[in-house]
Ligand binder design. Sequence first.
Ligand code: SIN
Length: 186
Amino acid sequence: MVMWVFGYGSLIWKAGFNYDDRLVGFINGYRRVFYQGSTDHRGTSEYPGRTVTLEPAEGEVCWGVAYKISGKEDEQTALTYLEVREKQYDKKAYVDFYTEPKASTPAVSGVMVYIASSDKKLNRNYLGPASDEEIAKQIVRAQGPSGPNRDYLFQLEKALLQIGCEDRHVMDLAKEVRRIISESEL
Ligand code: SIN
């Protein structure tokens, strides 16, 4: 038995479960967006933070990592752990994962990924789009049991650069957050 999990947010730098392999690559048809509200990790109900989710986007790709988990026991342990950690993500999808930009066949099929949908009935924490300034202000202010929301953003920026991905949305937000922090220190 083998299970694969795709990480595009905190799962890139912190798996939290045993795995046998970790591949850098991408999935098709999605874009990474800071549209999900977090009240359990990077914010509170009073001041929700923002974490990434995936938005369907034709022609776009989202880079991240895929973890291979083998063996019934490790699989069960990983799933139980992820179901708690990703509990504010209301959807699981099974996607094709590619490691080569020009490849016509996926490196792995049926890779599981957690998505926070934009359906407010199923996902009451969904926040949706806003200007970079608004999102950045919210990130600067929020913190939760897993730490400051700004650390999530900076760690994501770093982890993406480490796998060779320059994600404009993430980098623009990180820049805006740094600007707000340095202004507040003047
Ligand atoms: C993920 O990392 O794949 C999901 C989003 C998150 O936990 O940050």
